[in-house]
Design a binder for this molecule. Structure first.
Ligand code: SF4
Ligand code: SF4
Length: 699
């Protein structure tokens, strides 16, 4: 057996050396950019939360299991990697023991003869093999060759994936060859439990050579696999747990990431601030967390399959956004890592200086500006890649350094700067809706009125846009009926800054946010209710970054509570079939799925019908990520796609809980009515409008 040990150990040293060299290269490349100290600080300060994330996401495969077939297959393949480590301990033990004693009958001390372990090893190997078969079937059924753009694998490196499946298959059959031969030779440590290996031992011939070949093949395939993994998308085996560990909690949604330069939060008052460093303009501006995202992408395409931009024929695929950056990073890696490129040729320098975004850049501007920040990609990604953070940082550079963004959005920016709202209307109009009510609404005059429990944050749309004003009035009336005391800021309220921030105009966001925080803090505001999910998200999740901390609820949360407490009683039946559209910034970004549905379920007569894509798989209306203020020139309109889906439920009404969704869906419904595809009576309403209709007796 000496020759077996020598070959085995030589192969091991060679493969480990290759893998180690690659690992060093990857670490060096990942650390060429700015640091991300906040990620380490957070992980250190929240050890319990991070352990839970590892248990749930990595070991429990929570996100993968949302997709049942591929999730179960992956669950078994991943656990095979852990459990079969014991088989490799046995294999190495056998070749070493064989070389020393002449008999490769090694067993792991203490547990190495337990039938339970033998069973577990054989069971997981069989399950892994079935998993590989399932993956192969899934890949064939979802082949880009047959489904084209509709395949989640469209754009992925397909050859590499098949090679990895082939390698896993080789590892498993050689495992059984080695174990079966060991059983036939009387060298197998288990006398029970290992059902496949023992059965093979009964049929295989007594042959030491067969056992030796089995062992070498089993070890050899594993080592080749290791080298392939280190050089392919399967690197995620090692990087995914790290990516989960350092991901932005709770789920890289809700708040946008703070703008940082050289690892420090940007202070626009700082005279030493280098404006050229705002956002990400070149691949070298990527932090190690960004590189971890690149290394972790499995090219599974779950993100792509859910993306509203991709699904309406726009060039943006969140998967390709990551892959394209990764491929570019690898292409320029030697020059990025070089101490000096003084003697590099023009072509090298051009590659190194290639802009991340541009007509000839790594990412086309149409890709960057197609994103609605809906979060569908982040929600689905099994390895916690933060696509929105990548997009936002690139937008920040485009807007603040290059002044390059869709011209239509420029009008919105000017209006925010001059009037504090995206429509450019006078701030005095913000309280006009109050005059249409038949009860008094208190206005904050410097301080919150003593008896007011909530500040009702009306939002620009809620105050100035006709359709959204209906929601505002319905919420005010419901609070009034329930006896909840509230006040509004009226002309003192300005845009929260959400559209500016999502566009990448961080400076303007900062200005608006600080102005609002000053107003709120001076007024002594503690509790806020907001009707717009974008305002709700910004107030609740982003203002704390700037020192504004309040208890913020969305109106559907408060109204559901008031209905529950019996302070609002829906009595008038609404005999309608209603389908509810989840606003992305309420649902995915803030996990408010149940309350709007709870409210509707309490309204007598309402028959609810879910659309195919709902809750965490809900489909965007097309307005998020400042897209509300840009033209949609490429592909099918996202709002039309969503209304097409709503129409498949044959609804009398489409309900939602966001003023922007109301506008987007309302526009698409009007088009459908004009073309005769939707009935004239079809309308889109806020859940609050349904509730007030039912709470009030028919007049
Ligand atoms: S946030 Fe939404 S629109 Fe943007 S890339 Fe992700 S899925 Fe696509
Ligand atoms: S980004 Fe995430 S979801 Fe998208 S392909 Fe990569 S691993 Fe899959």
């Amino acid at each position: 057996m000496l020759w077996v040990a020598i070959i085995g150990l030589v192969m091991t040293v060679a493969a480990v050396a290759m893998a180690g060299r690659r690992a060093l290269f990857l670490v060096k490349l990942a650390t060429v950019g700015p640091p991300a100290p906040e990620r380490i600080a957070y992980a250190k300060a929240n050890v319990g939360q991070e352990i839970k994330a590892q248990l749930v996401e990595v070991f429990g495969q929570k996100k993968l299991l949302k997709w049942t077939a591929s999730g179960v297959a992956h669950f078994f393949v991943m656990w095979a990697f852990f459990i079969l480590l014991t088989v490799y301990i046995e294999a190495y033990g056998a070749i070493i023991q064989g070389a020393i004693t002449g008999r490769p009958n090694f067993h792991i001390p203490l547990i190495g003869t337990w039938g339970v372990l033998g069973f577990l090893q054989d069971f997981i190997a069989v399950a892994c093999l079935l998993g590989v078969v399932a993956f192969a079937v899934i890949r064939v059924k979802n082949s880009p060759k047959t489904l084209g753009r509709g395949s989640r694998f469209s754009g992925s490196h397909l050859g590499g994936a098949w090679l990895v499946l082939f390698m896993i298959f080789n590892i498993i059959w050689t495992l059984f060859l080695a174990r079966g031969a060991a059983a036939a030779n009387g060298n197998f440590p288990y006398s029970s439990g290992a059902f496949v290996s023992l059965a093979l031992g009964d049929v295989l011939p007594h042959s030491e050579l067969l056992e030796e070949i089995g062992l070498l093949l089993h070890i050899g395939f594993m080592l080749v696999f290791l080298v392939i993994v280190m050089n392919s998308k399967h690197l995620h085996i090692f990087t995914a747990p790290l990516n989960v560990l350092f991901s932005r909690r709770p789920d890289a949604m809700g708040a946008a990431p703070e703008l940082r330069v050289d690892g420090k939060t940007v202070d626009f008052e700082d005279e030493d601030l280098d404006p050229e460093k705002l956002g990400r303009g070149k691949i070298g501006d990527t932090t190690w967390k960004g590189f971890l995202d690149f290394y972790s992408c499995t090219e599974c395409g779950r993100c792509q399959s859910q993306c509203p931009a991709w699904n309406t024929d726009k060039p943006l695929s969140p998967k390709m956004l990551i892959i394209d950056q990764r491929d570019h990073a690898f292409a320029v890696a030697p020059y990025l890592m070089a101490a000096s490129n003084e003697h590099a040729g023009q072509d090298v320098l051009a590659l190194l200086e290639k802009p991340l975004v541009g007509e000839d850049g790594v990412i086309h501007p149409d890709v960057l500006w197609s994103c609605t920040n809906c979060g569908a990609c982040v929600e689905q990604c099994p390895v916690d890649i933060e696509h929105i953070d990548h997009i936002l940082d690139m937008r920040r550079y485009q807007v603040m350094v290059e002044s390059s963004f869709p011209s239509e959005a420029g009008v919105m920016v000017k209006n925010l700067e001059n009037k504090g709202n995206p429509w450019g209307m006078s701030e005095m109009k913000r309280a006009d809706w109050i005059e249409e009510l038949d009860f008094e609404v208190e206005l904050v005059e410097d301080k919150m009125p003593e008896d007011a429990e909530y500040l009702f944050w009306v939002g620009c749309a809620g105050a100035l846009e006709d359709r959204a004003k209906k929601t505002t009035k319905a919420v005010a009336e419901l609070l009034h009926i329930a006896g909840v005391k509230f006040a509004v800021l009226g002309p003192m309220e300005a845009c929260t800054g959400d559209p500016a921030r999502r566009l990448g105009m961080e400076y303007l966001f900062n200005m608006l946010a600080q102005q609002n925080i000053e107003t709120l803090n001076e007024a002594g505001v503690k509790k806020i209710v907001a009707t717009c999910p974008h305002c709700f998200n910004t107030l609740a999740n982003e203002y704390p970054q700037l020192g504004g901390t309040y208890e913020v609820v969305h109106h559907t949360q408060l109204l559901a509570k008031l209905v529950d407490e019996g302070l609002l009683t829906p009595i008038t039946p609404i005999e309608e079939k209603i389908t509810y559209h989840d606003p992305c910034f309420l649902g995915r970004h803030n996990k408010v799925y149940s309350q709007p549905r709870d409210i509707m379920s309490k309204v007598p007569g309402v028959q609810t019908q879910e659309m195919h894509r709902h809750k965490d798989r809900g489909f965007c209306c097309g307005a998020g990520g400042a897209r509300m203020w840009m033209e949609e020139r490429i592909g099918k309109r996202i709002n039309t796609e969503r209304v097409d889906e709503a129409l498949t439920t044959n609804p009398d009404t489409v309900s939602t809980a966001c003023p922007f969704c109301m506008v987007m869906l309302g526009d698409a419904i009007n088009e459908k009515k004009n073309s005769g595809e939707a009935k004239e009576s079809l309308e889109v309403v806020d859940v609050a409008q349904l509730l007030i209709k039912s709470v009030k007796s028919p007049s």
